[in-house]
Design a binder for this molecule. Sequence first.
Ligand SMILES: Cc1cc2nc3c(=O)[nH]c(=O)nc-3n(C[C@H](O)[C@H](O)[C@H](O)COP(=O)(O)OP(=O)(O)OC[C@H]3O[C@@H](n4cnc5c(N)ncnc54)[C@H](O)[C@@H]3O)c2cc1C
Length: 337
Amino acid sequence: MKKTDVIIIGAGPVGLFAVHQLGIKGLKAVVIDNLDKAGGQCIELYPDKPIYDIPAVPECTGEELTKRLLEQIKPFKTEFYLNERVEEVHPEKENWIVKTNNKEEFMAPNIIIAGGVGSFEPRKVSLKECEKFEGKSVFYAVRNKDNFKNKNISIFGGGDSALDWALELSKFSKITLIHRRDEFRGAQHTLSELRKLEKEGKIFIKTSCQIDSIEGEKELKSITIKYDDGKTEKISTDFILGFFGLIMKLGPIAEWGLNMDKKTIEVNPENFETNKKGIFAAGDICSYPGKLKLILSGFHEVALASVECFKRARPNEKYRFEFTTSSRTIQDRLGKK
Ligand SMILES: Cc1cc2nc3c(=O)[nH]c(=O)nc-3n(C[C@H](O)[C@H](O)[C@H](O)COP(=O)(O)OP(=O)(O)OC[C@H]3O[C@@H](n4cnc5c(N)ncnc54)[C@H](O)[C@@H]3O)c2cc1C
């Protein structure tokens, strides 16, 4: 079990800035996110779109904002636990215990929930029989590409993830790329590369079709796809990779006994504490009178929550308000000479 001062759930912009606000107060945090990278909505939904309302940054994309936030918190050497969904939260004396779907456990006197609109989850293959192969032969992300070497792989999807993985895995496996439409959405150079590899017989492309059935008892053997005109085709398959995009699920957050208002958590706007002492909520997931779902509002919310976190994590110390420009202590924590 890992012990820390604050467990941050969500590595979106608000969770990232929470690390900063806690760090300058001398508090350690861990950050847990269900996604495989930091940035939340900014990186997942609009990495290339410009944002115009971050104070003192006239324009930056979702990806640039994420990079800047990560740069700003570098001095704190925070541990990130990605690809981990927080499932359980329960109290133990003055602390909270947090458990993830991969059985990681954390303990801290404070939790900041910066879970946005919930965890981003992959949209799954519509076929019920695929469930029993999930995590064995059916995957929605590639964690370690070595596991996909020298196999027959059927990749579903028509966007960047499907295309990029088709190209990458075709270096050492037989790839069939299957899409329900007859056009792919991808960068021009990716599409050209795809067509080149198709001509060379390294990638097989099947369009205007969907999965119809899967065959195999313990291990997946083949799949059958059905074309829009009703024809079917059997494809020898060891692994299915599905890239159908993401859906957002509030998921387990709704089960932690917090006062909810629709899909948001009610907080006290003085310190962003929920109805549970030591559990705070900030960013898109929190609600209070006048709440605006903006990144800058989330930044303010974690600044205030971090003060209360300090009081709980350091009950014998007095909290002193300081400016970063003039505090030697803060500058030391930021590694400034
Ligand atoms: C297209 C678009 C354009 C936008 N433009 C602007 C703009 O110009 N200006 C602006 O201020 N705002 C903009 N927004 C809104 C802004 O992106 C959000 O306000 C901001 O992302 C909220 O940040 P957050 O950190 O609270 O949550 P999010 O960015 O949603 O991040 C939450 C993270 O928590 C994770 N999570 C949730 N539950 C769990 C769990 N149980 N376990 C583990 N991880 C979990 C999720 O996977 C996610 O990564 C825009 C939004 C969209 C969709």
